[in-house]
Structures are given as C-alpha cells and as structure tokens.
Design a protein around this ligand. Structure first.
Ligand code: ADP
Ligand code: SF4
Length: 697
C-alpha cells in the first residue's frame, strides 16, 4: 500500500548540527538492563530499531567515569578506551541501516551508588541522595573536582566519537546528572560562581556543552537533554519559570534540544495516569525560544498525533522510547502505508522493570524485545513453517492470541477456540478497569493480524472438551486456558485458606468485580498480590460510592509497582480518593460483618467492620482440560496428536507480558528437541583484564 501523503512530513530529513537525520523518527535514550554487561544483546536490539526505520537510535545513560558508577543498575559504560569496542558494536549495527547513533553521556553525581568502584559520590554541595536510603552521602565538589569532571566529560566525548557515535549528549534530565544537580537550588547551595544566581547555576551546564562542542562538534552533533519541568512546583525547575529561562540562556548552544519532564516517573508516565502527548504543555515553548531542532516524547504511537505535533510547531522530531520498544518497525510501517499494523505500546512500563530488576528488557506487546541476539528473534521476520503440523489452541487470552498470530504468520493451519463470546481473556476484562483502556491493544493488535490470515480459524463461544480435542484433526494441542482468582485468601501471606471466606455471598474475586457484580460496603480489599489490581479495584469501588479499606501485608500499596515507576502515584491516588490504607497487616478471619487483621511484625490483632471482602491474592490455573487429556494418552495417539502443551497463565499465572511471551515462544520453539540447556546464547565474562592503574596495584 502506498504511504498516506498526510504522513510525508514525518519522512523529511532534519539537519542536526553537522549530521542529518533521514526522517523525524528519533529513538531517545532508554535503559534496557543489557548495557555494558551484555553488549552483543544491546547492539542487536538497537540494530533492529535502526532496521525498523528510526533515523536516530540512542544508547541509555552511559557512565563517563568510575565516580559515576551506577551499579547494580546496568547502563552503558565508557570509563576508558577498553569500553570503546563494546559500544562500537552498537554503532556498527545502527549504521548498517543508515541511521545515526547517539550516546547519552552521564555523570550521575549523588545518584551514583559507586558500589563497584567504591568512589565517593560527587555533588554541588554536601548532600545525601534523596532517592536512596543508603547510609552514604555525596561530597561537595571543589573547583578542582569541577575541572576534573569537565575533563572526564570531554575525554568521554572523544572516546564516543571514536566508537562511531554521530550525536553526543550532554545530559541534564531526570534529576540524574551533575549538570542538573547544579541547576537545582535544593541540591546546589554553593556560594561560589557555580551557585546562587541562575546564571551561576547554569555555568557548569554551559561549560560542558561548550567543552563537548570544542572536542567533537566539527563531526558530531551535540544534543542537550534537558528537563524543562520537574512537576514539583516552587521546589523544582518549572517550564513557566527557570526551565524557560535556561532554554533562553542556552538557546543556540546545543545542536539539538531533547526536552522532557522530570523525574523518570513523570517522564515515563503509564497510560493509567497520562494520555499520549501528555508533555506538550510543558515543552511547547522550547521551539518558540530556540531555532535548533527540538525532540520530545509523549508515548507517541499515532501517526496523526505525530504529524499534528510537527504541524503545530510543538516538535521537530518525534521522540520515542516505549513506542520504539513495542514496535521497532513503527516508522517503516507508516512509510509502507501499513500504519494499522503498528503494535502500539500499551503504556504499562513492564519494559522499565528490566532496569529495576537488572535483567534484560522485556515488553508486553513485543515479546522479541531483548531476545534479538540471544535467541535470534526478530520482531517482523519470522521463520516459515517447517512441517505440516496443525494446531488447536484452546483459549484466546493474550497467550492464545499471540500463539495463533505467530503460528499463523509461519504458515501453519491454526484453530483457535475460545469459551467466551469475547476474545482477549484477562486483557478484555482488565481493560474495562479505570485507566487501563489502552491495555486492550494487546488483544486488538493480534485480532487485527489474525483477521488477515486465511489459515487461522477462530471459534467463539466454544468451550472445548477432551472429546472435542480428539475430533478436530489437529496434530498439536496448545492449552492456553488461563487462570482464575482465588476466593479463599490463599496467597503469599496465607498458605492456608483464611477462616470465614467460605461465606460466598460476601466474598468477591477480581473477576466478580470486573464482570459487574455489585457489592455492599464497607468493603475490605485484601491485596496480597502487590501489583496493580488491588489498588485499581479499590479505586473502582470507591468511585461507586462505597467505603473502602485496602489492607496489605506489604508496607506500601501495590508494592511491586515500584518497578513500573507507578508506586508513588498509585498510593497518592488511593489516599486522595479517600480509600483507607492499612499496611503491614495480614487478614486472618472474616465473620460476615468484620475482618480480623494481624500485624505482620508483632502478631497483634485488630478488627475492622466489613460487609464485603475482595480477595486479590493468587490465581489457580484452569487445568481441568489438561487433567482430562492427561488420562487419554492412547486415544490421542490414535487421533494423530503428537503433543499437548500447557502454556501461559494456565501453566503458572504471571504477567500479561509473560503470557504473550509464552505464546510467542511456543510458536517458535514447539518442535525443539528436549534439552537441559538455557535455550539462548549467553554473553560470558571475558578473561581479558583491563590496564593496571597508573598508580600500580
Ligand atoms: P492467558 O493470560 O494465559 O492468555 P487468560 O485467562 O487471559 O489466560 O485467557 C484464557 C482464555 O481461555 C479465557 O478467555 C477463557 O475463557 C478461555 N478458556 C478457558 N478454558 C477454555 C476451554 N476449555 N475452551 C475454550 N476456551 C477456554
Ligand atoms: Fe509499552 Fe508496556 Fe512494551 Fe513498555 S512494556 S514498551 S510500556 S507495551
């Protein structure tokens, strides 16, 4: 299909200092849990983005010096020349597809834990890192330290050029770097020419941009990543105040303005809390102040929104981290006139959990993310079928839909049977909850693809029995029948049923609520799941006008969402809505009118009134069909069935991302011979040692 001419503007080249981006699609820096530890994986992942049409592909934060050691978090590293080859792998992979490679140099200042290097952290003033409870402070930098830092940055820029980078960043974003800490009065209490007035606080940032331009500016563009607003009112930089003044002061100095809001949780807001384009009000002034190209982000997945950003003069380049993770081929799809094939980011921040858990990035929508090198998975190029197998997939949740999509793409005959009228399983249910509508994209992308395939038949309202499995004529059976929330309270804190939860009329599961069952207040939501669902159900019940108390054995609401950058926002919303929060309490009994709670530390017990209890604790795999089939091995062999596999939530309940991954993995690997190995390539530590330091050992 030819490209829609309305989108032509997205494919105009943009000059950035001495280099030219071939179009306006710009993958801004994003972490990925691979970095300097897994450089092959990292290079392959970035290479796929370049292949997918992004004109610029950036690294994540890249440490410039041992005093900026971000371990245990895995970012890029460019401490000395030994780090150049690993980064050169990435620039080669990017250049192969005609894209520009950008590097975000960082000195993390007081945010550097320095646990590996054991250096003392640096800051404008003597200060403890407000983002950590670690019992260590950063020390105030002397003038000599400032000179040294400028030298480290300059040297790192020179090394970056040698590694092949085309765009070199100075980073003053997310409250994660020294130049930004110098800008912030709350962190900079200096009385010399680097503190006090705004022009003094901007001095270091200006110097570092000038140093970088002097060092590499003839060949490389120098970009400034700058947070124009910290969303913390008077206490922080505001785009209506100093944020704007700083842009005015430095307007023509960098070759590119990469602007956003700070901190990371504000910049990478989930779809639950912010719509596409949510940063526009903060960043739109930049183009009225600077003539240099401007890139910004806002979870852009719609080409119409992108065009509108450019036509209305908000941005010159469409920045994307998450949309490029969910669909590395987003630009190519628009270019080829296939915008409806875009796998749109759902804004869940599962990708962020890779950074927080120090493991390779993963994505709910794109199961190939992070697997490009170690498994050789490509998001668009899928191996054709290798035999004449046909498949019956039972259950059309995220597992079954992805499995059917990929087997269908490979060219196999697929029968997909779903018990319900609606497809999508848990995704369809959960997308009805407050703030989760965008999650339906997991279903919609896959259904859209399946509807284009002649070799996949979908049967709705078809609950499959063991007998039917024998009759359908498929050679391989895939059970993707999902899981059901427990009603008995068993979970992490309680490994035995909670007393009194057999009062069915007063006890509700998440499915009951998602299916519209009404209940009476006061309600206790007992959240022993610790992800998003408990708080969202509490929110829904509160919106229905009920008195709600959220009880959790954890010390926070939705504790695991710290890994998706949401915990603070979720707890704030719960409190703002008037939901009572009781932490560090286990629920041990319900008698129909009150619950008995027990302190997780002291075992002291308290009571709360409760007409209804909602249990968000654990799920039971829907294994009935698997069990029935297990008894009929002979009959199955007679029916020509080669294998029966249980995958996704019906094997072990987990995230939607894990369900999609399970479906995808089966479709690629179902005919692999059994093996005890890892099933992927590993990057092994090298036996090569770095230099002995000048001071000797
Ligand atoms: P997953 O996350 O693993 O995809 P879900 O719970 O979201 O799991 O989806 C499982 C789907 O399987 C649900 O839509 C459910 O209705 C369907 N299902 C369960 N048992 C059967 C069955 N015997 N026949 C057909 N569909 C089934
Ligand atoms: Fe988007 Fe979620 Fe994928 Fe991240 S994990 S890119 S937020 S769909």
């Amino acid at each position: 299909m030819p490209r829609d001419p309305r989108y032509d503007i997205l494919f105009e080249p943009i000059k950035i200092g001495p280099v030219v981006a071939k179009n306006r699609f710009y993958q801004v820096p994003h972490c990925n849990g691979m970095g300097h530890v897994r450089p092959q994986s990292h290079a392959a992942m970035r290479g796929v983005k370049a292949e997918g049409g992004w004109a610029v592909v950036s690294t994540e934060e890249v440490e410039i010096h041992p005093s900026s050691d971000i371990s245990p978090y895995i970012e890029g590293r460019l401490w000395d020349d030994h780090d150049i080859p690993a980064l050169a792998l990435m620039t080669e992979a990017i250049h192969k597809h005609g894209a520009l490679a950008a590097i975000e140099l960082v000195h993390a200042g007081m945010n550097a834990p320095n646990l590996y290097s054991r250096e003392v952290a640096l800051a404008p003033s003597d200060i403890a890192n407000p983002a950590s409870y670690a019992p260590a402070q950063a020390r105030a930098m002397t003038k000599a330290d400032i000179r040294a830092y400028r030298r480290w940055h300059r040297d790192a820029a020179l090394r970056a050029r040698r590694a092949g980078f085309d765009i070199i960043y100075v980073y003053a974003g997310h409250s994660l770097s020294l130049p930004m800490h110098f800008l912030q009065p709350r962190h900079n209490q200096r009385t010399d020419e680097y503190g006090g007035s705004l022009s003094n606080r901007v001095r270091l940032l200006r110097e570092v941009i000038e140093d970088t331009k002097n060092a590499v500016g003839a060949d490389c563009a120098v970009a400034l990543r700058f947070a124009v607003d910290e969303l913390r009112g008077e206490d922080g930089i505001r785009s209506a105040g100093e944020g704007r003044e700083i842009v005015e002061m430095l307007a023509e100095l960098p070759d590119l303005w990469d602007v956003n809001v700070s901190d990371w949780a504000n910049d990478s807001k989930t779809s639950r809390f912010a719509p596409e384009g949510f940063q526009e009000d903060f960043v739109r002034f930049v183009k009225t102040v600077a003539t240099k190209p401007v890139v910004g982000v806002g979870r852009f997945t719609s080409p119409d929104t992108m065009v509108s950003q450019i036509r209305r003069g908000v941005l010159d380049l469409i920045g994307a981290a998450r949309p490029s993770i969910a669909d590395p081929f987003l630009p190519k799809k628009i270019e080829a006139g296939n915008a409806d094939d875009i796998r749109e980011c759902i804004g869940c921040n599962v990708c962020v959990t890779g950074d927080y858990t120090m493991t390779p990035i993963r994505c709910t929508q794109n199961p190939t993310m992070g697997e490009e090198w170690r498994k050789g998975w490509h998001p668009e190029t899928i191996p054709a079928r290798t035999g004449n197998d046909s498949f019956l997939i039972v259950g059309a949740g995220p597992t079954g839909l992805e499995c059917a999509r990929l087997l269908g793409r490979r060219g196999y005959t697929v029968y997909l049977a779903e018990a319900g009228e609606q497809l999508g399983g848990r995704v369809t249910r959960e997308a009805r909850l407050p703030g989760l509508a965008a999650w339906a994209r997991v279903r919609d992308y896959r259904l859209n693809q399946l509807n284009k395939m002649q070799n996949v038949e979908i049967y709705r309202a078809s609950r499959v029995t063991a007998d039917q499995v024998l009759d359908i004529g498929a050679t391989r059976i895939v059970l993707a029948t999902g899981a059901t929330w427990r009603r008995d309270g068993v979970g992490r804190a309680n490994t035995r049923p909670i007393r009194g939860l057999d009062r069915a009329a007063h006890v509700f599961t998440p499915e009951d609520l998602m299916d519209g069952r009404r209940l009476e207040g006061p309600v206790i939501v007992f959240d022993d799941d610790h992800y998003y669902l408990g708080a969202i159900l509490a929110e829904k019940l509160r919106a229905d006008g009920l008195a709600v108390t959220l009880v959790t054995p954890a010390d926070k609401v939705s504790a695991w969402t710290a890994n998706t950058l949401e915990q603070h926002t979720i707890q704030k919303r719960v409190l703002d809505q008037g939901i009572e929060v009781v932490t560090n309490r286990n629920m041990v009994e319900f008698d129909g009118s009150r619950v008995l709670l027990q302190c997780t530390y002291t075992e002291r017990q308290t009571e709360l009134p409760a007409a209804s209890v909602v249990t968000v604790t654990a799920r039971v795999p829907n294994a009935d069909l698997a069990l029935a089939l297990a008894d009929g091995a002979d009959a199955m062999t007679k029916a020509g069935i080669i294998s029966v596999s249980t995958i996704g939530d019906c094997l072990a309940p987990s995230t939607i991302a894990a369900a999609v991954y399970a479906g995808h993995r089966y479709a690629r690997e179902f005919d692999w011979p059994p093996s005890d190995d890892a099933g992927f390539r590993r990057e092994l530590p090298s036996a090569t040692a770095g230099d002995v330091p000048a001071s000797g050992i």
